[in-house]
Design a protein around this ligand. Structure first.
Ligand code: SF4
Length: 773
């Protein structure tokens, strides 16, 4: 199912939307103007980071033109072609604001000096009385590498707090942890341009056609060469509709599917024993662990017919070159790391990883989701993927920063854990950069209460997001093309973002705001930058010798080569598009295989909540929608959330297509339009997650997290749906096949680490589980 504007507004002309629905100053009619210059840069949205040219006239961005970059070759998706409309948007934040009159007061205009002095004054007070860690930093991953690096340094050197983490924690920290564990390096092993070399593409939990539309051209090329396509997803998404095999897997049961496929590959004699012997460890344990997952056992757990599982294993296993592409569908899980490791086991068993066009590829969601986790804004990492608990790595970074090693704080709370520390008063103030927690974190009623305990809550952003609305101080920052810098796309390719405009009004580039705050904190000598190039050059040195070594990547080289893949340790090194061709990243050069067993999701359906609710993206929006809900054309196509329900269940519950319904989970309820589609499993509901306030599906989702990487389980929780004229809970069970009654496999009491909001934990140097992830 893929919605479009017809789902919401019937019989309107598409051109009318293009002409009328945009709200920005750079209107569509201006696309005819002749630009004074074209600025080569990249899209602000997803991890593909398509190249584009921005059209600039009179100092304003007036449109976009194609750019023939190696991985998008001139193409842009619907989001990319209107991204420029953010620049002159009338809702941009143009001056600082302070909430006057306490928490119940209004955000009112302030001067920069007033706002920054107020924030720094409060931080000094708080840290004097409650310690450095009472102030936290929570940042985004759609920012440039330079901003992400500076944010990590600001937290640790400017504020001296250990609590710094970023919203990539919510995105794909499970995949990152799995790749680090299995391969020793957290990066997709091959470029997108390798995809056409595959004879079989297996997409596990990714709605590629809607979430990463420009990647599809590489998959189509593989198809044109005769490659088969398998898609595992609870919904028949646009890419699933074109697949040779769609595996409609029950949300939260991926390991049972992947292990059964591996078992069948073994049964059919398709394992590459020579590769396993030469390049891996742990294979015998994996072989033994998958034996219990017969096709029939897997069918009972996953809901995928046994014969389809066998067919998928054979299609995948018999292909000379096969590629598994995975994303949030398997990663947003309390077993997210295991799900990714099960994919990796399958690919290693076939001897595919390190081969052109073969192996596994994680599809990073955020624009700089890859770079954002490499440059030192993650709770447990320093720049270059250096580990914050390894003395030599701390010493190296301390020397670059010019501070004694002991001054670098130890590991702090993960983003999901910070909410609990706010609620309990351990964190008293937080600086949030370009991240919309009120839409993106699960169980957002708890998040709202936690944010409201902060004094002050400080937000740097360029639109007044649902989170900024709650702030005590709002500092207006810059959009992506108002500054220079780099991002690292989902391939590990570092690309260059160029400036096309100035921030509007009194808004400032984010790096200048951070440097100013550091200066007022008395730490200005560590933030002497005059430009983002100086930050980049420092980051290159800070990453040198680390896993993600950027040292040899200059801005000039990026432009000359069409991006540079890390690691790139010297200026004459060409970069590394393909990893693991000869050896993996572990000291012995071998990949680690891990025996994985299926464990159910944290919350399963029962009589009161008989469905599995899953969430995801649509083509017209990006993440929390802070940007795309303000871009007229995009918002006109999908202006509000909806719930997808299968016709069989809709009929049983008396729900008609387009009727307003109530969806409830143990955490809350919301009212929204039902869209009755045959493209979803009957036991599953789907709601897109891009909306705020009453439209936020994260009113309903479960805050349970993977105990190691702390990623929340957005992709499955127990839910029910009912007509609005039915009293909540009165219709009883629907007979979806989960008749065992309400069941929680993990409760806050039985496994507190999975419920960070309910119990939480405070890390100490001695209790850092999963410290290398
Ligand atoms: S695929 Fe991603 S990077 Fe490319 S234009 Fe669309 S949103 Fe932008």
């Amino acid at each position: 199912m893929s919605v479009n504007r017809g789902t919401f507004v019937e019989r309107r002309d598409v051109n009318e939307d293009f002409q009328q629905a945009g709200h920005s100053r750079a209107e569509w009619a201006e696309a005819d103007r002749v630009p004074e210059r074209l600025v080569p840069t990249h899209c602000s949205f997803c991890g593909v980071q398509c190249g584009m040219h921005l059209r600039v006239a009179d100092g304003q961005v007036i449109g976009v033109e194609p750019r023939d970059y190696p991985h998008n070759r001139g193409s842009l998706c619907p989001k990319g072609v209107v991204a420029y409309q953010q620049v002159g948007h009338p809702e941009r934040l143009r001056y600082p604001m302070i909430r006057r009159g306490g928490k119940g007061g209004q955000l009112e205009r302030a001067t920069w000096d007033e706002a920054l002095d107020y924030v720094v004054g409060r931080w000094k007070q708080i840290q004097e009385y409650h310690g450095k860690d009472a102030v936290a930093v929570y940042s985004g991953s759609s920012m440039t590498n330079e901003k992400c690096y500076l944010t990590g340094k600001f937290a640790r050197v400017g504020l001296g707090t250990r609590h710094i983490d970023y919203n990539g924690r919510l995105c794909m920290s499970s995949a990152a942890a799995a790749y680090a564990k299995a391969f020793g390096i957290d990066r997709s092993p091959l470029p997108m341009t390798d995809i056409p070399l595959a004879d079989c593409v297996f997409v596990a939990g990714s709605n590629v056609a809607e979430c990463f539309p420009i990647m599809m051209q590489w998959i189509w090329q593989a198809r044109d060469r005769g490659a088969s396509l398998i898609v595992a997803d609870p919904r028949e998404t646009p890419i699933a509709r074109t697949a040779d095999l769609w595996l409609p897997v029950r949300p939260g049961t991926d390991v049972a599917l992947l292990n059964a496929m591996l078992r069948q590959v073994i049964e059919d004699g398709l394992v590459d024993e020579a590769y396993l012997a030469a390049r891996t460890t742990g294979w015998e344990d994996v072989r033994a662990a998958v034996q219990e997952y017969t096709p029939e056992v897997s069918e009972r757990i996953t809901g995928v017919p046994a014969e389809r599982i066998v067919a998928a294993a054979r299609l995948y296993g018999r292909a000379p070159t096969s590629l598994i592409m995975h994303a949030r569908g398997i990663e947003h899980s309390t077993h997210g790391i295991n799900n990714c490791l099960a994919c990796i086991n399958l690919a290693l068993a076939r001897g595919q990883v390190g081969k052109p066009g073969g192996g596994t590829m994680m599809i990073t969601g955020q624009g700089n989701g890859q770079g954002g986790r490499e440059v030192g804004q993650k709770a447990n990492q320093l720049p270059g993927y250096r580990h914050i608990d390894v003395l030599e790595e701390r010493q190296y970074v301390a020397a670059v920063w010019g501070i004694p090693e002991p001054e670098i704080p130890q590991e702090g709370a993960a983003a999901t854990e910070m909410v609990n520390l706010m609620a309990t008063g351990e964190i008293k103030s937080c600086l949030i950069l370009c991240s919309n927690l009120m839409v993106s974190l699960p169980d957002n009623a708890v998040v709202a209460r936690a944010l409201d305990t902060l004094d002050p809550l400080v937000v740097i952003d360029f639109f007044l997001s649902e989170t900024a609305e709650r702030a005590d101080v709002v500092l207006p920052g810059s959009v992506w093309c108002e500054d220079e810098g780099t991002t690292t796309n989902l391939e590990g390719r570092v690309v260059k973002i160029n400036a096309a405009a100035q921030p509007p009004g009194e808004a400032r580039p984010d790096w200048q705001i951070l440097s100013d705050l550091a200066s007022r904190l008395g730490r200005g000598q560590f933030f002497p930058y005059q430009s983002t190039r100086e930050i980049w050059d420092e980051l290159r040195v800070a990453s040198h010798g680390g896993i993600s070594d950027y040292f040899g990547i200059t801005w000039e080289k990026i432009e000359a080569q069409g991006g540079v893949f890390w690691p790139c340790p010297t200026e004459d090194h060409p970069g590394t598009p393909r990893l693991f061709t000869e050896r993996f990243g572990h000291p012995d050069g071998r990949a680690r295989m891990t025996a994985i067993r299926y464990e159910p999701p944290a919350e399963e359906p029962g009589d009161d909540f008989p469905f599995r609710l899953t969430t995801g993206r649509v083509v017209y929006h990006y993440l929390s929608g802070t940007q795309t809900r303000r871009l007229g054309f995009l918002n006109a196509q999908a202006p509000e959330p909806w719930v997808e329900i299968h016709p069989m269940m809709a009929e049983r519950l008396g729900i008609r297509d387009h009727e307003m319904v109530r969806v409830r989970t143990p955490r809350g309820s919301m009212e929204l339009k039902a869209v009755v589609v045959p493209t979803i499993r009957p036991d599953t509901l789907f709601i897109p997650f891009h909306y705020g306030h009453a439209g936020a599906v994260n009113q309903l989702t479960n805050p349970a997290v993977d105990p190691t990487c702390k990623i929340p389980e957005y992709k499955v929780c127990a839910a029910t749906v009912e007509r609005l004229d039915v009293a909540p809970g009165s219709h009883g069970a629907t007979g979806t096949g989960d008749a065992a009654g309400p069941r929680q496999n993990y409760t806050p009491e039985s496994d507190p680490k999975m419920f960070p909001y309910a119990v939480g934990e405070t890390k100490t140097p001695a209790s850092r589980e999963g410290k290398r992830h």
